[in-house]
Design a protein around this ligand. Structure first.
Ligand code: NAD
Ligand code: DAU
Length: 358
């Protein structure tokens, strides 16, 4: 029996594949299109592992997905593949519609046909885990209670709207066809292998080079941070014990304003990679134009997964962010690999003259 992971060359997907292989469990088929965000370098530790099969391909390719499900007798799908960056969705939503909506739909269709061919016991045991986000719930006021599984959908960016559409399709396949799906809503992840278009790796890498650190708006937008390996553990708990048709919220119980996050990274860089002349990294912070429609606050109530599946995060922000900064400082080859021409173009497009893109 095999797990099919989609998007397993991306940030969370790669961490998930590596953790499954480390745990010595079943084989993993890893389907990834290798967009700008996918990187085989993140899977180097799995390259010689006979239980890992990487397939370069698109989740929109119904025939390919159907063949993989059949050929590998897949018993579960963990669906990460997505366009995942809010800023890119604002500049060009089309790819988000294609992958996050059409791609999820094709994956569901292939799965529905495949599951129908399984004997009753295998059909019962099959799981489709849809990895979604807290962003589908919209933005919280400063005193509002955190999102739980009953929160309504109020997506505000093309990214979160496309994820919400995917979630609705997933839900409908449970109610209409009885497909054993489970959707998870996780808060902001950080850790190794995250593409440096996202806040934390961006700040580490620019700070390391003494470049300016772009903070949107007033820097007081709040996110709930979770170390990526804790997210992977939560997904494995959901795969093992989650109830078909259910949803689970996953978060670190760790709300922080962006400026505080940036300052914490700066303090670690001061310690681990000081700038010449005793200049403090926090002096590099520059407030730049805000993200259009920027959600003010996300926060997750992870009580359900804690109570029902016994999951809780192993890392707090202090330990997780230190591990993360150390990882980026020690993995310059990976960093150089992803800092391609395409990435430099993105910096110039998104930040223009607001920050010294180099
Ligand atoms: P990522 O952008 O780092 O990786 C996405 C991966 O999907 C890449 O490897 C890419 O090549 C692949 N991909 C894109 N389009 C594809 C397609 N059509 N077919 C096959 N593969 C394709 O994303 P991430 O940060 O690892 O996020 C993974 C999932 O988790 C996403 O669904 C995202 O919405 C969700 N999520 C992310 C976070 C976070 O903080 N990063 C939090 C909650 C949920
Ligand atoms: O909440 C879960 C979501 O977290 C996931 O669904 C998304 O896939 C993931 O990208 C992430 O979305 P965010 O938009 O919250 O992450 P990002 O790292 O892009 O931004 C984090 C916060 O930092 C956000 O409030 C915007 C701000 N920011 C970001 C960048 C890139 C800045 O102030 N400056 C920046 O240069």
């Amino acid at each position: 029996m095999t797990i099919l992971v989609t998007g397993g060359a991306g940030f969370i997907g790669a961490n998930f594949v590596l953790s499954c292989l480390r745990a010595g469990e079943e084989p993993v088929v890893n389907l990834d299109k290798l967009t700008y965000a996918g990187n085989l370098g993140s899977l180097a530790a799995a390259s010689a592992n006979p239980r890992h099969l990487f397939v370069k391909g698109d989740i929109c390719d119904l025939e390919l997905v159907s063949d993989l499900l059949r050929q590998h007798a897949v018993r579960a799908i963990v669906h990460f593949a997505a366009e995942s960056h809010v800023d890119r969705s604002i500049r060009g939503p089309e790819d988000f519609i294609r992958t996050n909506i059409t791609g999820t739909f094709r994956l569901l269709e292939a799965t529905r046909s495949y599951v129908a061919t399984l004997p009753a016991a295998a059909r019962e045991a099959f799981r489709f885990v849809n990895v979604s986000t807290d962003e589908v719930f919209g933005s919280l006021g400063p005193d509002a209670i955190p999102f739980d599984e009953t929160s309504g959908y109020f997506p505000n960016s093309p990214y979160s709207a496309s994820k919400a559409a995917g979630d609705h399709l997933v839900r409908s396949y449970f109610h209409t066809y009885g497909l054993p799906v489970i959707t998870t809503h996780c808060s902001n992840n950080y850790g190794p292998f995250q593409f440096p278009e996202k806040l934390i790796p961006l700040v580490i890498l620019r700070g390391q080079k003494g470049e300016s650190l772009p903070v949107y708006g007033d820097g007081m937008n709040v996110r709930d941070w979770l170390y990526v390996e804790d997210h992977c553990e939560a997904l494995r708990a959901v795969l093992a014990g989650g109830k078909p048709g259910a949803t689970y919220n996953i978060g670190g119980d760790c709300e922080k304003a962006n400026l505080d996050v940036v300052h914490e990274v700066c303090a670690l860089l001061d310690e681990l990679h000081p700038l010449p002349g005793e200049k403090a990294h926090r002096e590099l912070v520059r407030f730049v134009a805000d993200r259009p429609g920027h959600d003010r606050r996300y926060a997750i109530d992870a009580g359900k997964i804690r109570r029902e599946l016994g999951w809780r995060p192993a890392e707090d922000f202090r330990s997780g962010i230190r591990k993360t900064v150390v990882w980026y400082l020690q993995n310059q080859d990976w960093v150089n690999d992803v800092s391609s021409g395409e990435y430099r173009n993105w910096l110039a497009t998104n930040y223009g003259s607001g920050v010294d893109a180099q």
